[in-house]
Design a protein around this ligand. Structure first.
Ligand code: SAM
Length: 275
């Protein structure tokens, strides 16, 4: 295949493009369109419904900032739930801790199969004996399970297609019932530059559901606007309390200073509400 240009529009007039040397896969799964490209600039790139999910070159920015603030803030995380995350990157970061179990609930089995083959740096985590992979709709799983978790991570795609329900109030209300006392939820929330109204509306219902409902941010070079927002949710654990554990070794982005800085929000994203 001659070189081709892969484009994702973030606005009608702007976006990101990759020059791809090879298209490794393009197929429609029962849930979404999936594509994998080989690029010189970013290594392998995974797209779902035309939206960049992960690239080998910069995935660590997102996965470390999704996982470590919660795992570090929790005094003794034992049982972890990941909703989505079929590429394996979030699971890889979770398994850096001495946890007992990590359950990953991914709706699309093809995402897991394809990432096992084409993204070994992310999917090696699937082989860990502490990992349990469940192929199911995350919203249905949390409504039907009687299991309880110390930390829940929502590594969903954008609020389109199968992921839409994972951005709604009722999903977070159900998610809360799966948390042990002192538990923490972190969810990818969106692009501050392009999804500001969505983030503001979401913050209103998250603050109704949780004592600590805080946004934090981090760079995500290949996501819209290059900046990503995460929601930290807990009824008991303040994310700014002193971190009790040593940060896992060999991380490439996250550390205790980054943790504190991430919760210092810029003016346009600050919470202006009284409550
Ligand atoms: N970091 C990426 C982002 O922010 O766009 C997300 C990466 S991860 C690949 C997203 C995963 O969520 C996809 O594999 C998708 O199939 C899965 N997903 C979407 N809706 C889901 C649902 N309702 N239940 C479980 N997994 C879901």
């Amino acid at each position: 295949m001659k070189e081709t240009e892969v484009r994702e529009f973030h606005t009608p007039g702007s976006g990101i493009f990759f020059r791809a040397e090879r298209r490794l896969l393009s197929e429609r799964t029962p849930f979404q369109k999936m594509e994998v490209y080989e690029t010189a600039s970013h290594g392998r790139v995974l797209l779902l419904d035309g939206l960049v999910q992960t690239t080998e070159m910069d995935e660590f920015f997102y996965h470390e900032m999704l996982v470590h603030p919660a795992l570090m803030a929790h005094s003794r995380p034992r049982d972890i739930l990941i909703i989505g995350g079929g590429d394996g990157g979030a699971l890889r970061e979770v398994l850096r801790y001495r946890i007992r179990s990590a359950v990953l609930v991914e709706i699309d089995a093809r995402v897991i199969e394809v990432c096992r083959k084409h993204f070994p740096g992310l999917s090696l985590s699937f082989r860990d004996k502490r990992a349990e992979i469940v192929v199911e709709d995350g919203n249905r799983f949390i409504r039907e399970t009687d299991r309880r978790f110390d930390v829940i991570l929502v590594d969903s795609s954008d609020p389109v297609g199968p992921s839409t329900v994972l951005h709604q109030r009722r999903f977070y209300a159900s998610l809360k019932t799966c948390l042990r006392p002192g538990g923490i939820i972190v969810s990818q929330a969106g692009a501050p530059l392009f999804h500001l109204e969505h983030l503001r509306k979401k913050r209103v219902f998250l603050k109704e559901l949780f004592t600590f409902a805080r946004y934090y941010i981090g760079p995500a070079p290949t996501y819209p606007g290059g900046l990503w927002c995460y929601a930290y949710l807990s009824d008991r654990v303040d994310p700014m309390k002193r971190l009790s554990k040593n940060v896992p070794r060999k991380l490439r982005y996250y550390n205790a200073d980054v943790h504190r800085a991430a919760f210092a929000l810029p003016e346009f994203l600050k919470d202006r509400s009284r409550r």
